[in-house]
Design a protein around this ligand. Sequence first.
Ligand code: PLP
Length: 224
Amino acid sequence: MIKDNITRILASLPQGVRLVAVSKFRPLEELAQAYDCGQRLFAESRPLEFEKKALALPKDIEWHFIGHLQTNKLRNVLPYVHMIHSVDSIHLLEAIEKWCADARHSGIRPGKVKVLLEVHIGAEETKQGFTPGQVLSLPWDEMGAAYPHIEICGLMGMATHSSDEALIDKDFALIEDLFDSVAQAHPSLEHFSQLSIGMSDDWTVAVRHGATMVRIGSAIFCPQ
Ligand SMILES: *Cc1c(COP(=O)(O)O)cnc(C)c1O
């Protein structure tokens, strides 16, 4: 079942769009099944669950983190993570930089941490993230020097939870425009290339808006 789901999704994803298997709340054996189908990119949203799975599963998995991250949980995530999609404040960016710069951690975390800035695009009040205006006014050309242990690789967003495709389309168009504006205004940003949009119910819309990664959980791990 998991195999069929992955095969079906991969068959309809355009080349160059990566499938992020969102495995939160799923038991290890289901991740192992996805792994056996060749899936190597997984994402989790809770720090302790993330750490447990990263330690238990094969080392060639590329782990992404997509949930709200509190600074007191950095040690559970940073040693294993390849990319954090959900950096939702400057405070968090600073804490990640500080953790990585700290000499005590330098052996645990050799490379730079890749991050995406989470943008609040949906209608829901509760979703965290930068507003589009905040993203536009960040000092982009100084970020590399300010956060030498971090690579800001792009943006992540979640569309309004709705069955109205026009609404979802509008949310994704907004983040696509924002992504293009930042990239065009700051051609010196070498790593700014990733747009993480689209989940089980709306990833086909996200692909039309330039998604480079889709984050899919239930459409892989739930019987369809
Ligand atoms: C759970 C989650 C997903 C996957 O959601 P599905 O609807 O199960 O595909 C994607 N992104 C984030 C941030 C999530 O928390």
